[in-house]
Write a protein that binds this ligand. Structure first.
Ligand code: AHR
Length: 313
């Protein structure tokens, strides 16, 4: 045992010497920008050299970045996968180069399960369920036509947030998803798609609630509702995901109703897992799950807004 310990000591890297390459998706949302910013501060805290490659929403750029990190011989690779499929080949290359990969905030297809060390993500099916349960409880059996703004097509979080919400709808005959379309996780597309939903649904009069897979799309949808002369949060209920400061501003103004929190600090637990793995040989659990807490107007939205400022927002 002492020989193993000596070997580990000899080959171990301290956090100060570690270089981590992070293939980030882009900057589609306020949450994403906060995740990038928190990753930098969490790296600085641990004296880790962090190299971030912004893929501008393109998987091909993420694959190129991973290959470049492998060529540079980084100690670990963090990957926020824009979509779930198409990673096996490049992750095999990382595995062959003995570079551990950590998934941040989104999952990949099950075929890639053996190709990464751990994933720091929420339970995104559960997020959809939390949003759906809030709506079911709030409307209390009243008939409610829902329009849905989906995230990026093919992203695990978009598939799963839909799945979780649909499961609640299936149990509540009064809830019906009448329209569902992608808004690609951006404010601009959320607004654009909501405008088309309003036009198609009797000027918005037949819409009871909007479910958006993230707060940024909801902020865009709120703008669309206001421009159409509707009162978001009153005429039309809202529930979305992320808990970014801007949604708390809207909740405080009575223009939004509920959000499910997703922490932007995915990198902190990922760095801890990598340091323990490199320094002590500790294998982390395959899934490091983050919390999914529901916030509504009863949670003092102004106070939550103020408290979010130091968290990368
Ligand atoms: O993968 C996490 C999601 O990606 C966030 O909910 C969304 O805002 C972001 O773009």
């Amino acid at each position: 045992a002492s020989a193993t310990a000596a070997l580990l000591l000899a080959t171990s890297a301290s956090a100060a010497e570690l270089t981590v390459g992070f293939s980030q998706i882009g900057s589609e949302s306020g949450w994403r920008a906060a995740e990038t910013s928190v990753s930098k501060s969490e790296a600085t805290k641990r004296k880790i050299n962090l190299k971030i490659a912004d893929a501008q929403q393109k998987q091909e750029n993420q694959i190129k970045a991973i290959r470049s990190f492998i060529a540079q011989g980084v100690d670990a690779i963090f990957l926020a996968p824009v979509v779930a499929s198409g990673w096996d080949a490049v992750l095999k290359e990382a595995k062959e180069a003995k570079i551990p990969v950590v998934l941040l905030d989104r999952d990949i297809d099950p075929s890639g399960k053996d190709l990464y060390l751990t994933a720091v993500t929420s339970d995104s099916v559960h997020e959809g369920e939390v949003a759906g349960e809030w709506l079911a409880k709030t409307v209390g059996g009243k008939a409610c036509n829902v329009v849905e703004l989906q995230g990026t097509v093919g992203a695990s979080v978009a598939t799963n947030r839909k799945k979780g919400f649909d499961a609640v709808v299936a149990k509540n005959a009064n809830l019906k998803v009448v329209r569902s379309q992608t808004g690609d996780f951006t404010r601009a597309k959320g607004k654009e798609v909501m405008e088309s939903f309003i036009k198609a649904e009797n000027g918005g009069k037949s819409i009871c609630a909007v479910y958006a897979h993230n707060d940024d799309m909801m902020v865009g949808a709120i703008q669309a509702m206001k421009e159409a002369g509707l009162k978001p949060g009153k005429d039309i209920l809202t529930v979305s995901i992320d808990a970014v400061p801007d949604i708390f501003k809207a909740i405080a103004a009575g223009e939004a109703n509920a959000t499910v929190e997703l922490t932007p600090n995915m990198a902190g637990p990922a760095f801890d897992a990598i340091v323990a793995f490199k320094e002590k040989g500790t294998t982390p659990p395959k899934w490091i799950q983050t919390e999914s807490k529901l916030y509504t107007a009863t949670d003092d939205p102004q106070k939550v807004y103020d408290s979010k400022k130091g968290l990368g927002y």
